[in-house]
Design a protein around this ligand. Structure first.
Ligand code: CMC
Length: 425
């Protein structure tokens, strides 16, 4: 029997069904709330609102747990490559050998972009931020696959999904090479997804480029960790854009735009700037005080999360991977020393303890990227390449959901009431 909550407003009592998921908090089903009470619910930032049902990703923020389709992120990082995880997110199950092979073939088949798309790059200033290029060029893909795409046909949705996953690394590497004045690269389909991306990023026609397996594995780990994260700002943006039946390539471009901000995917870039700004372990206490001060807008980048009120499991994995990569490449980075000390001081500070502010995935990913010689401006771009899998899995889930409706939040209007028209002459 469905449990129900009773709400009494101005003497009128209504019953609200309580929905139960497979895990996580129960959810009040307020779909008929306005109809029954004439009232809206106010929840800026959606801190208490479930916007959809989903069976893709689960986070337990108090315990620091992240599951993709029920599998702990730690196991997936250890035992899978990125395309296996992409398959899992898209189809709900890990692929068997034949499914893996056929999925890889399909992704490889779509890695090239239309030659005409290449001319879009020339329209950008050479110093354009690669995220700006990503928003524009990925959005432009919709011009190439619009009339041909029936979003209500699951097969056509599948082809669009494979195209997006396949073309994102190509476009990302093109954005980077455009900015550094190098020829725009072409994919090499005999390479793995991560190797292919590294090759397109760094190989230049005049010199041989050897892909370092340590770096390729580290890139795979980064892709897996960033692949999905349930209903975050960019994923919700993709779903909202998609709910109006917009072209999926345009929807993913809207997700890229939402990801760019420093409160979301742009935080990894901000962490590195912050660590450079701190400059030395001895300056850490000053920055901790600034982060705590109500009169200073400075925040510790890479700390805190809307959902995690415990250590972000992705941060734990990337922290270890970062040490491994630096060891294997025989590198040392003074910024890692600052980061470790900053984390240790912050985790003992009552302000951070009380507010449950722990390092998030972005805290160590910047240092990892730096070790892999990825330029700072590409950090969020790489996040967007990985997250495309999550965005597209969530978009597919939404399109197949019979309860799907156009997203249309309401508001608490606090503006002027009906005014008498007056115009000064
Ligand atoms: N440094 C100092 N104080 C902080 C921080 C921080 N990094 N994060 C939150 N707080 C304080 C904040 O001032 C507030 O204090 P009070 O209650 O006294 O007003 C309290 O903690 C709660 O913060 P909030 O901003 O209300 O929490 P939120 O859930 O709206 O924001 C957040 C989450 C991630 C935007 C925020 O923690 C933040 O700005 N962190 C830094 C940026 C960052 O690292 N973002 C990456 C997020 S993880 C990657 C991703 O998924 O995109």
């Amino acid at each position: 029997m469905t449990r129900k909550a009773t709400i009494t407003i101005d003497g009128k009592t209504i019953e609200v069904p309580i929905l139960k998921g497979s895990c996580g908090p129960d959810v009040l089903d307020i779909r008929n709330f306005y109809q029954e009470t004439g009232m809206f619910c106010y929840d800026p930032g959606f801190t208490s609102t479930a916007s959809c049902t989903s069976s893709i990703t689960y986070i337990n923020g108090d315990k620091g747990v992240l599951l993709y389709r029920g599998y702990p992120i730690e196991d997936l990082v250890e035992k899978c490559d990125f395309l296996e995880v992409a398959y899992l997110l898209l189809y709900g199950e890990l692929p068997d050998i034949a499914q893996k092979e056929s999925f890889e073939q399909s992704i490889n088949h779509h890695t090239m972009v239309h030659e005409q798309l290449r001319s879009f790059f020339q329209g950008f200033r050479r110093d354009a931020h690669p995220m700006a290029i990503m928003v524009g060029v990925v959005g432009a893909l919709s011009a190439f696959y619009h009339d041909s795409l029936d979003i209500y046909d699951p097969q056509q949705r599948e082809i669009a999904s494979h195209r997006l996953i396949a073309k994102m690394p190509t476009i990302a590497a093109m954005a980077y090479n455009y900015a550094r004045g190098c020829p725009l690269p072409y994919p090499k389909n005999q390479l793995t997804y991560s190797q292919n991306f590294l090759n397109m990023m760094f190989a230049i026609p005049s010199e041989p480029y050897q892909i370092n397996p340590v770096i390729a594995r580290a890139m795979d780990i980064i892709f897996i960790l960033h692949a999905d994260h349930e209903q975050n700002a960019s994923t919700s943006t993709v779903r909202l854009a998609g709910s109006s039946q917009a072209n999926p390539f345009a929807c993913i471009a809207s997700g890229i735009a939402a990801l760019w901000g420093p409160a979301h995917g742009g935080a990894n870039e901000a962490v590195l700037s912050m660590l450079k700004q701190i400059g030395s372990v001895k300056n850490i206490p000053e920055y901790i005080e600034r982060a705590k001060s109500k009169n200073d807008s400075f925040r510790l980048s890479g700390f805190g999360h809307r959902v995690y009120k415990n250590y972000d499991p992705r941060a734990r994995i990337i922290r270890k991977a970062c040490h491994d990569v630096l060891d294997q490449l025989k590198l040392s980075d003074p910024l890692l020393e600052i980061a470790l000390e900053l984390e240790s001081i912050a985790l003992k500070d009552p302000y951070f303890i009380e507010k449950k502010l722990y390092p998030n995935v972005d805290f160590y990913s910047g240092i990892m990227f730096k070790a892999l010689e990825i330029p700072t401006s590409m950090f969020t771009v790489i996040f967007s390449v990985a997250r495309t899998v999550g965005w597209i899995a969530q978009w597919n889930e939404m399109m197949a959901d019979p309860a799907q409706k156009i997203g249309r939040p309401r508001q608490l209007y606090v503006g002027e009431k009906n005014r008498t028209f007056f115009k000064s002459t």
